[in-house]
Design a protein around this ligand. Structure first.
Ligand code: GRF
Length: 223
């Protein structure tokens, strides 16, 4: 992706709490992220993410899946609502529905997701419990391009968090979440600067292919 002509326009899809959305809102408001959030879209009318968006003056749209005959019909309507906002990036941040193949393929390289695990480990739900059950010594979060495979697209960047002996799923989730917010903002910052591109399955940073995901360091930059 080359640097957008104006500030990076982001559409956010969220189904729940919206703390990742809030991290982006805060970074934009603080002037540390050169981007604008052009809309927040949800499948859950009660999502706290919607309140966060409204408080920040961001337009919100809710579509109820139960009122559509098929998932494809829902997705088509969702993107009919999103596309007029002309986002450079569509970010799933706690969006709890799979997006159909047709919509994903038409937006390759523009559709991203944040997932709370070190992908490819622990796809799907309850990732913190999965990591503990597997005896993992490290857990974390990943920002990846969305493909039709669940949590399966090329991974741009990750943050690693040690698993502590006394951790349960909640304590681990809390520690990962703090770091995941920074991971998301820093990754979006790369996008906003036009430094990232997806060619086929290859991610390029400043034009050079990266063979492994970028890693967020303790200083909150990437190695
Ligand atoms: C985050 O852990 C995110 O990685 C995952 O769902 C959770 C959403 O949290 N996809 P929030 O709604 O952003 O607070």
């Amino acid at each position: 992706m080359t640097r957008p002509a104006s500030r990076l326009a982001i559409a956010v899809l969220a189904s729940g709490r919206g703390s990742n959305l809030q991290a982006l809102i805060n970074a934009v408001a603080a002037g540390t992220l050169d981007a604008r959030i052009v809309g927040v879209f949800s499948d859950k009318p009660g999502a706290i993410a919607l309140e966060r968006a409204q408080d920040a003056g961001i337009p919100t749209t809710v579509l109820l899946p139960a009122t559509y005959a098929t998932r494809a019909a829902f997705d088509a309507q969702l993107f009919e609502a999103i596309d007029p906002c002309t986002p450079d990036v569509i970010l799933c941040a706690g969006y709890m529905r799979l997006i159909g193949k047709r919509e994903v393929q038409g937006r390759r390289g523009r559709l991203l997701n944040i997932h709370p695990s070190l992908l490819p480990a622990f796809k799907g739900l309850r990732t913190h419990a999965q990591a503990l059950a597997a005896g993992a010594s490290e857990h974390g979060a990943s920002v990846h391009y969305v493909t039709p495979d669940l949590d399966g697209g090329p991974v741009i960047a990750q943050v690693r968090v040690p698993v502590l002996a006394q951790d349960d799923a909640d304590t681990l989730a809390r520690r990962v979440l703090v770091r995941e917010h920074i991971l998301l903002v820093e990754t979006v910052r790369l996008l906003a600067a036009g430094r990232l591109a997806l060619n086929g399955d290859v991610i390029r940073l400043d034009g050079a292919a990266i063979s492994t995901p970028l890693q967020l360091t303790a200083n909150n930059d990437f190695s």
